[in-house]
Design a protein around this ligand. Structure first.
Ligand code: GAP
Length: 456
């Protein structure tokens, strides 16, 4: 466990050192729960979003949406987030510091299911309260467990005295529900069909932690599949199978993924399973695949007065469609990819760190080097090759800094699958050295073979 905890620190340090992820507002001392994507993180994020989008595009009946972050407050009242979306908290009765009850229980090895109701977590907390102490004043005296709402708020308006409080969306899913009728009425879709969306979500997480795992501003990739009540369970099983199989495209080891059914269903769910990944700090949720029934559309029908029913031409029935949801986070996916890819070994008698990304995920597919940067004929040839490859494969990098050994180490650290070196032989016979990241093996190939080699 110690070694694995250390791994998270190593990944966090590498991510900053090489420009994947920077702590938010760092030059002002940081801003908890926020991170900024650096140059390589931006490429990695793009690859992750593209893979997810492609998986959704494989379905003929998939619509895409980009809904707004500012939404009417009623949306969140209808969805149940205003009344029910909360974390369990306790206050130290001595020094008044506030803690998440489940995190305190975690310190003595008691796992509280995230989806537990307030009475359930109160019972669990009372069973163990004698063993729990405040990390600030060391006293063992806590309040009862109470709920702290997670919705992030802001204000909008013309004049500050008239500003109204607004919610920042806590999930992208509600943007999909409130547009379900609009998408249907556009005339291109009929039940069953899905609406997929990638976008930012915001939560007032009291203790953001574990790097990208729990952030206050994060990105979701969500899909709601609208289906007839009779076909919902079959569709649910199909989506579960598809979503687990999908992680192979990201190169994730099968044994690091598992299913976990929710013991305590959240207020909207009829059945709920999570795909968990074994992060360095233990098994944790990566994606939820939930059968939400007609809860959300029913609620929006009730609160908005808009008819959410659907007339099914095939069955001649009118019903409110049921919803299967697949919901995963870009940030947790990237933390998983970094954790899975991170490797340390020894090469040519030297310790090295490398990221074993699958090619489709690697932010840089190949780096192009002139053997010597002060030989103009080598640099010119290398530049020509770089430009030629970039036309087909934009995610490539020019690197002429330091000696070849240093360039290899640097590219290994950012997970570049191939390095291409241009030397004096290249000028004679149009061949280059292609070096593979995982094995360090080198071979000569012709310039015209580069594209097929590095896109494999
Ligand atoms: N629409 C359903 C929904 O939002 P959720 O389990 O609260 O369900 C779905 O969130 C996914 O969003 C999670 O599986 C996770 O990947 C990501 N996620 C949730 N909270 C997050 C946070 N604070 N930081 C990073 N990712 C988060």
């Amino acid at each position: 466990m110690k070694k694995e905890e250390n791994k998270l620190e190593k990944i966090t340090a590498l991510a900053k050192r090489r420009g994947f992820v920077f702590p938010g507002s760092e030059i002002y001392g940081g801003f908890a729960g926020t991170y900024d994507w650096g140059p390589l993180g931006t490429e990695l994020r793009r690859n992750v979003v593209n893979e997810w989008t492609r998986a959704m595009e494989n379905h003929d009946n998939m619509a895409f949406l980009d809904s707004s972050i500012f939404t009417a407050a009623k949306v969140w009242e209808a969805s149940g987030h205003v009344s029910d979306f909360s974390d369990p908290m306790v206050t130290c009765n001595n020094c008044h510091t506030k803690f998440r009850a489940d995190h305190l229980l975690d310190t003595i090895g008691v796992a509280a299911d995230e989806k537990m109701t307030e009475p359930q977590i109160n019972i669990l907390f009372d069973e163990h309260r004698a063993k729990l102490h405040c990390s600030v004043c060391r006293k063992k005296d806590f309040s009862k467990v109470f709920a702290k709402n997670l919705m992030a708020t802001s204000t909008l308006g013309k004049f500050s005295e008239e500003d109204q409080e607004v919610y920042l969306r806590a999930e992208t899913a509600q943007g999909i529900f409130i547009n379900y009728k609009n998408v249907l009425n556009s005339g291109f879709y009929s039940i069953p069909f899905g609406i997929a969306q990638v976008g930012k979500a915001f939560r007032n997480e009291i203790s953001p932690r574990q790097f990208l795992f729990r952030k206050r501003e994060f990105e979701q990739m969500e899909m709601q599949y609208f289906v007839s009540p009779k076909e919902a369970f079959v569709a649910y099983e199909e989506w579960k199978n598809e979503r687990m199989a999908y992680y192979d495209r990201l190169g994730i080891k099968k044994e690091k993924l598992r299913w976990k059914q929710h013991e305590n269903l959240v207020f909207y769910a009829k059945d709920a399973w999570d795909i968990q990944y074994e992060y360095s700090f233990g098994w944790n949720e990566l994606e939820g695949v939930h059968y939400r029934g007609d809860y959300d559309l029913n609620q929006h029908q009730k609160f908005s007065g808009v008819d959410m029913t659907y007339y099914d031409e095939k069955t001649k029935e009118r019903y409110i469609p049921h919803v299967i949801e697949t919901s995963t986070g870009v940030d947790r996916t990237i933390l998983m990819i970094l954790s899975d890819a991170y490797k340390e070994d020894e090469m040519n008698g030297e310790k090295r760190v490398f990221l074993r990304f699958k090619t489709n995920i690697a932010p840089i597919k190949a780096a192009v080097f002139p053997l010597l940067k002060n030989k103009s004929e080598l640099v010119k040839k290398a530049r020509d090759i770089y430009k030629m490859v970039k036309k087909d494969i934009p995610q490539i990098m020019w690197d002429d800094n330091g000696n070849i050994g240093k360039r290899y180490r640097r590219q290994d650290e950012i997970g570049t699958p191939h390095c291409i070196t241009i030397d004096f032989d290249t000028i004679q016979d149009d061949s280059v050295t292609l070096r593979a990241r995982d094995t360090g093996k080198q071979k000569r190939i012709k310039i015209k073979e580069i594209i097929s080699h590095i896109s494999a």
